[in-house]
Design a protein around this ligand. Sequence first.
Ligand SMILES: *[C@@H]1O[C@H](CO)[C@@H](O)[C@H](O)[C@H]1NC(C)=O
Ligand SMILES: *[C@@H]1O[C@H](CO)[C@@H](O)[C@H](O)[C@H]1NC(C)=O
Length: 313
Amino acid sequence: MTKKVGVIAGSVVLAVVVLVIALVLTSVKKIDSAQVGLFYNNFNKELREEPNSEGLYFGLPGFQFIIFTSVFKTMSYPDLVPPIDGVCVMLTFQCLNKDGVTIRINISFQYRVKAANLKSVVDQFKDEVGYDKILRYIGSSAVHDSCSRFNTSQFQAERGRFQEDLTLRLVDKLQVLHCDITDLQVNNIQRPYRYDNSIQAKESSREDIEVARNERPQKLTEAGTTKLEAETEAEIILNNAKSQARIMLTRAITDAKAILDEYTKEADSYRALKEANNLDTQGFLAYMGIRAISNAKNPVRIGMKAPAKSSYA
Ligand SMILES: *[C@@H]1O[C@H](CO)[C@@H](O)[C@H](O)[C@H]1NC(C)=O
Ligand SMILES: *[C@@H]1O[C@H](CO)[C@@H](O)[C@H](O)[C@H]1NC(C)=O
């Protein structure tokens, strides 16, 4: 009898001990050094206003902490997808700029929830997973907004301004999330390859034009020299021709004078002959005709046409 009572009492004690241990375990919660937690009681749905920092906490059974990270975390676009089969998969992040050109870009920033507003955050977004998800969407919309304010040449020349604009926009948009932002990194801004190729082609054409422009004075000088040479040569040829013509003219005049002299002398000697023989012109012509025939080496047979004749009397 007493033995049975003892067994029952033992079992009860054991059960109580187990229950107490279980109660103690569910009543103790720990918050790590890099965390902040908001007290929440699952039974009466009590959510406290004040956040709790690092420590070991005891409370009524069923209480818990909704835990957030209290140090800065990094949000990246494109997202670093959790390892799949040990391989990190990276996607690209793209936005359209003011010109409608697709820009690939890498952006990251550091953020931290404001502990003082933790209750409002939990009311709206439930927990850190929900919070991070919304933050990613809002951050991405800020990037798209900034992207659409800058044209392609500004992406090239004014990266600093883009970064400033994006920081302001992020701070502004993430205000509703009670979020602190420290740093923003913008990396690896890439335009479409075809766009870059066209820019390069344009650049090299510009250089070619510049080279041609620089060469122009030299080419002009060269052409001028060639023209001058041709003109000089032409002048030489012309001068040569003129002096040749002068020489030929002089020679012709001399020849003409010589021929005239010869005929003049002949005329003179005929006149002398005519006077010496006391001939008139008709007699003289007949004399000349007879002399020409008698001086001939071969026999002469002639039929002279008028006015040539052997006698003019
Ligand atoms: C940008 O992101 C791409 C794609 O995720 C990655 O391959 C590249 O290494 C990143 N570049 C920089 C400079 O972070
Ligand atoms: C880009 O924007 C700047 C500043 O608004 C402007 O001066 C420039 O002409 C624009 N460039 C193009 C290609 O539209």
